[in-house]
Design a protein around this ligand. Sequence first.
Ligand code: 5GP
Length: 267
Amino acid sequence: MSRRRQIYEGKAKILYEGPEPGTIIQYFKDDATAFNAQKKGTINGKGVINNRISEHVFLRLSHIGIPTHFIRRLNMREQLVRQVEIIPLEVVVRNVAAGSLSKRLGLEEGEPLPHTLIEYYLKSDELQDPMVAEEHIACFGWATHEEMQDISSMAIRVNDFLCGMFAAIDIRLVDFKLEFGRIWDQDYSRVILADEISPDNCRLWDMNSGEKLDKDRFRRDLGGEEEAYQEVARRLGLLQGEDGPGEVFDLSAHRSKLRTTPAKPKK
Ligand code: 5GP
């Protein structure tokens, strides 16, 4: 039996060559790192939960027309995705002051921002992901002006959708990080959403108690990270059995079943 080829190992995921050209298998690890990998640990079951949460979020985003790399979930820890040329930027969207923004500008954590902020950071472990301006992005050619327009409008649409999705389950979406990639069709490329969306790269606070339900539990040594990730999955309806009430109701399958099942005679 031949071993599949590993393409890349990151802090939380491993990428393997996919079954067809242009595809990749994304494997979710339990490893957790923070502060540019100065702090390392594991969160038991994190990979399994992030795989499910990210699948759920990417599917829902594709339903509102956001192009994403997600193809399908393969198993508990793996998903099949489209291979992209990663754009070397971390796109952070913020609704509420927290984390590095609070630190940099002396804002109290939890203060709602006057409007949504989008920030760009260069993906560089050696430089510890420095914040960059659109001027730098254009100057060094990391993305074109048109690509930045697509990225910023997608980031806003993702934020609007996710704020509503999380609010419906009593979770406040404080901030999150997105990554984008290019796919090529001959000489033309377009930008699609890549990477993952999970409690690893979002700040999610319980709407009532303010409790943190994300990776800050690990970053800040708060404990209970496994339970927090599970709670997000549970509220999204992802922890029931495969056919349980948490699954999305398949209306067309239901309709075709109705058509093939003879109606019961009325009593
Ligand atoms: P901050 O800049 O406040 O540290 O992070 C802002 C948001 O982006 C947080 O939700 C955080 O989880 C996410 N984020 C920023 N950089 C990274 C990163 O390198 N890895 C991960 N997993 N999330 C990040």
